[in-house]
Design a protein around this ligand. Structure first.
Ligand code: PTJ
Length: 249
């Protein structure tokens, strides 16, 4: 890690890679998480590696949805813990929302390591271990969840994941907020609110909006949420990317 000089133009990106790589060596991130991270990096390039206005809007709506929720849950996996654990804990406390570990490549060992890591970083309670419920329609282990957590939640924030769980959660009638740099992914297309941004920028920015909106009238928040048009936002993001690419020198 020490070999990357701070002056390197790709310093932040390289440090993030290093975090994911170290977390894989510790058994927190699944090996395919490295591939997922690389795909995220590619899409981050396309949006200019910063929070675009459409993402900021979605982050604001996400904050409003989370504040209005009865039982909001932040679902975390290996990649999320590797790069944005602390920020997820801070966000969960400020809403407040539950934190649940939910893995595609689930093993008892990874569940324990990720839960321990979140606790080490300050999380008081971490759900996911009970696995006393199942998301209907999901045959693989990702369907396992906690009755008190994701299963009974009304709003789930899913930073960075694959698409079929998002659909299954929607089918259960839940509001799903997804953070996904790929606006074309199944997750992005099936979420109720899609945030096309890097989780390392999105999570703290949702938290900033939570702080700003916390004392706002509930009716105002609900009206904001009602007026959200996710398909329009996805079209706007695609046209933002294509305009950006066409205008590059
Ligand atoms: O830890 P596990 O076992 O739950 O496994 C997690 C992975 C990531 C391996 C699994 O969910 C997976 O394979 O995901 P996918 O299908 O590769 O989807 C990951 C999505 O996240 C892709 O669309 C990426 O563009 C996006 N992505 C990657 N890194 C980031 C990101 N989105 C936001 N911020 C990132 N840093």
């Amino acid at each position: 890690m020490g070999e990357i000089p701070k002056s390197h133009p790709r310093y932040a990106s390289l440090m993030m890679r290093e975090k994911v790589s170290q977390a894989m060596k510790k058994g927190l991130v699944h090996e395919t998480g490295l591939i997922a991270h690389g795909r995220g990096e590619a899409f981050d390039y396309l949006i200019g590696e910063k929070t675009i206005p459409y993402a900021d809007d979605a982050e604001k709506i996400a904050a409003a949805v989370l504040l209005c929720a009865k039982n909001p849950v932040i679902s975390v996996n290996g990649n999320v813990v590797a790069i944005v654990a602390k920020e997820c804990i801070i966000l969960s406390e400020s809403i407040p929302a539950k934190l649940e570990v939910n893995l595609f490549h689930r093993t008892d060992e990874r569940m324990k390591k990720l839960t321990d890591e979140l606790k080490l970083q300050g999380a008081k309670k971490v759900y996911g271990d009970a696995a006393d419920a199942r998301i209907p329609g999901l045959k693989h282990d990702r369907g396992l969840c906690d009755k008190e957590g994701i299963f009974s939640s009304d709003v789930v924030l899913v930073p960075l994941e694959d698409g079929d769980r998002c659909q299954a959660l929607r089918d259960m009638g839940k509001t799903v907020i997804a953070i996904d740099l790929n606006p074309l992914s199944r997750t992005a297309r099936t979420a109720s609110i899609t945030i096309v941004d890097n989780v390392v920028r999105a999570v703290p920015n949702i938290e900033r909006w939570v702080k700003k909106l916390k004392n706002e009238d509930r009716k105002v928040l609900e009206d904001m949420v009602k007026s959200w048009d996710n398909s329009k936002m996805l079209k706007d993001v695609s046209s933002f990317i294509s305009k950006r690419l066409n205008s590059l020198p």
